[in-house]
Design a protein around this ligand. Structure first.
Ligand code: R2B
Ligand code: URA
Length: 317
């Protein structure tokens, strides 16, 4: 069995505060200084080929989400919401040289897709955090906007995550490094979550709540679904598990929040997770709402984040 190590989640800052490093991200890799060039391979960007401070130095908000189309839609939406000049539809994909991720910049907002699951978002986050470092960005807030399965709540509810938990309801992310398991803290920024909940009270069109979000490594067996290609448990066992999750404070299930929370926390990025629920998992497994309903649901986290960003920029009260 691999040794299990608990990682000190605090960076080596004098006052031990993760979020104090003159607002810069905390890169924790001494080897990076030895590179003559850093190639952000999956973004098709690099420190020698691109002027990263010029391209990204003014970024204050990074919004990440699974689908490339949704993150493009968000870029167009936030362009309109911020009242920026020009046609939002002419926004171009900064990562057009690769089809791994898409990235759009709209004023101080960066909108990036991360694909599905922990490995995909983790690769994106390594390169994004290095990008923010190379670009000398300061005081950046990062928010994952996504979809999820709800537990015991009305479909269409937006869940603002207070703590990301694993499939055993533990607030931790187990990162395998060489032949060891390193346990990382999945704390999210409490004040940011409360701030987002406060913003949500000003959007009466849909319910928003704060709760724990469970992150799994799979959509089917990993989330207790009965409708995958493989299933070895009964409906009663599934419901018992989901009810246990509910009792532990879990209100929704998705596939990226623990690694997102862990990496952002270690690097001192203020981070939040805001996901809409597409169904109530106590009622079923299949996502059977109409295309139009699902499309509208997916705009909900975007509406909330747009309101938050506008408030932060002093564009609304
Ligand atoms: C939510 O939805 C995706 C699976 O359908 C996954 O990326 C997630 O976290
Ligand atoms: N995304 C998930 O990971 N699970 C769901 O049930 C719905 C969306």
């Amino acid at each position: 069995m691999a040794p299990i190590l608990a990682e000190n989640s605090k960076p080596n800052l004098p006052d031990g505060d993760n979020y104090v490093n003159n607002g810069f991200v905390n890169i924790k890799n001494p080897h990076l200084d030895l590179l003559s060039e850093d190639i952000l391979y999956h973004f098709d960007l690099g420190t020698k080929t691109h002027d990263l401070p010029l391209m990204f130095g003014d970024v204050k908000f990074v919004c990440v989400g699974g689908s490339a189309n949704r993150m493009r839609d968000f870029a167009v939406f936030i362009h309109k919401e911020l009242g920026l000049e020009g046609d939002g539809n002419s926004i171009t994909d900064i990562c057009a040289g690769t089809d791994r991720y898409s990235m759009y910049k709209v004023g101080p907002v960066l909108s990036i897709s991360h694909g599905m699951g922990v490995p995909s978002i983790s690769i994106m986050l390594h390169e994004l955090i290095k990008l923010l470092h190379h670009a000398k960005c300061r005081d950046v807030t990062i928010i994952r906007i996504g979809t999820s399965g709800g537990i015991g709540i009305e479909p269409g509810t937006v869940v603002i995550t207070d703590t990301a938990v694993d499939a055993f309801f533990r607030p931790q992310f187990d990162q395998v490094i060489l032949d060891k398991v390193v346990v990382r803290n999945t704390e999210l920024h409490r004040e940011l979550a409360e701030n987002l909940l406060q913003c949500s009270t000003e959007i009466p069109d849909f319910p928003s709540i704060i709760g724990h979000t469970m992150c799994t490594y799979d959509f089917y067996e990993g989330q207790g679904r009965l409708d995958g290609a493989l299933c070895s448990f009964s409906k009663e066992e599934k419901l018992e598990y989901l009810r246990k999750a509910y009792a532990a404070g879990v209100r929704n299930i998705e596939m990226e929040s623990t690694v997102f929370a862990a990496m952002c926390h270690l690097c001192g990025l203020k981070a939040a997770v805001v996901c809409v629920t597409l169904l109530n998992r106590l009622e079923g497994d299949q996502i059977s709402q109409s295309h139009n309903v699902l499309k509208e649901f997916q705009t909900r986290p975007q509406q909330l984040i747009a309101k938050f960003i506008k408030k932060q920029l002093g564009l609304c009260t």
